[in-house]
Design a protein around this ligand. Structure first.
Ligand SMILES: [Zn+2]
Length: 348
């Protein structure tokens, strides 16, 4: 397959079905998983993967105290297609799928979903956090990771001819490992060589997003093309939130639909959708509307409608009306759902 040059990509968005005019992307979810396996290696090895999900146990499994490995993977194309159709009926047109290396990325599966559900799917590339990466990655250089990501965008990813349209989610932790830093340094080089945007999965310490922002800035990244994910489980005070946004990165609230106080992976008070919108309102008041995007980051089954959850349509069906009743203007909603994603997904 021929390599797509930077000039061929510039001004276009790249879905798993090929290049598209960014004007056609429409309302976009910037951080989701459609086919994924986010079990840790230890969870994958457990002999008991958990019960079948039913109406009687979906709350217990979804709320998080009763964590079973089988909830953390979805490799069924028929289920994912049906969930995408529900999203499309609610008004969604494009999904950014960020199952990067270690999360069992399935490019050909995404092609089938995009065709069958009639929606745009933009695929990520690169690698997730340290413990999910193969041992073979441990000795690789930043340049080597960069070359892999450039190929995933220009040629095809994960031994297929399906090309990525964004870099990420690139995994970081607190403390940030040397391997993860090399992948991130490679991701910045790949941005600079391809014109793609970068999505960062930050570590769970409240200062880690700022650490990443300073790291990528020192390497010359275009800051307004760097998206910091999972703000809603990481930063809870306006000082940190504003300092990060003032650094020029895009702020992503991507756990919409998680209405639980409890977060399984760190001991924090989770905000609900209303509090997320208040934080976004604070960012807008400070002039940061062009750097806010939102999503659900669906990565366990009980968040799908089939298993009792809110599904990919939740933002369109429920959050956008909540935005209106909380005083968001149509122009603000349009920027968050359409304009900002379109800018980020357009190669420069
Ligand atoms: Zn993530």
């Amino acid at each position: 397959m021929a390599r797509l040059t930077r000039e061929a990509l510039r001004g276009k968005a790249q879905t798993v079905l090929g290049l598209v005019d960014p004007a056609l992307l429409g309302p976009t979810l910037m951080h989701e998983h459609l086919l994924w396996d986010i079990r840790t290696p230890a969870m994958r090895a457990e002999p008991d993967q958990g019960p079948e999900i039913t109406l009687c146990n979906c709350f217990a499994l979804g709320y998080g105290r009763k964590k079973v490995p089988g909830n953390f993977r979805l490799l069924c194309e028929a289920t994912a297609t049906e969930e995408l159709r529900i999203m499309a009926q609610a008004g969604g047109r494009t999904v950014v799928e960020l199952s990067s290396g270690g999360l069992d990325p399935r490019p050909n599966g995404l092609v089938a979903l995009a065709r069958d559900a009639g929606v745009n799917v933009v695929m990520g590339c690169g690698h997730y956090v340290h413990e999910y990466q193969p041992v073979a990655n441990h000795g690789r250089t930043a340049e080597n990771f960069a070359a892999e990501m450039v190929d995933q965008i220009q040629l095809g990813a994960w031994n297929t001819d399906v090309r990525a349209g964004i870099i990420g989610e690139i995994g970081c932790q607190a403390p940030w490992t040397d391997l993860e830093k090399r992948v991130m340094a490679g991701a910045v080089m790949a941005m600079q060589q391809t014109g793609a945007a970068l999505n960062v999965h930050p570590g769970r310490h409240a200062d880690q997003p700022q650490e990443v922002a300073e790291f990528v800035k020192a390497r010359g990244a275009e800051m307004d093309r760097v998206i910091i994910s999972h703000i809603d489980r990481t930063i809870f005070d306006e000082d940190r939130l504003f300092r990060l946004a003032d650094a020029g990165v895009v702020i992503e609230f991507d756990l919409f639909g998680q209405e639980s106080s409890f977060y399984a992976l760190s001991d924090i008070d989770m905000p609900n959708d209303a509090i997320r919108l208040r934080m976004i309102r604070g960012l807008i008041a400070r002039g940061h509307l062009p750097r806010v995007v939102i999503s659900h980051d669906i990565c366990y089954r009980t968040r799908l409608t089939k298993f009792g959850g809110h599904g990919y349509g939740h933002i369109f069906a429920n959050v956008v009306p909540l935005m209106r009743s909380r005083g968001f203007s149509e122009a603000e909603i349009e920027a968050i759902m359409v304009g900002n994603p379109r800018r980020l997904l357009t190669f420069v």
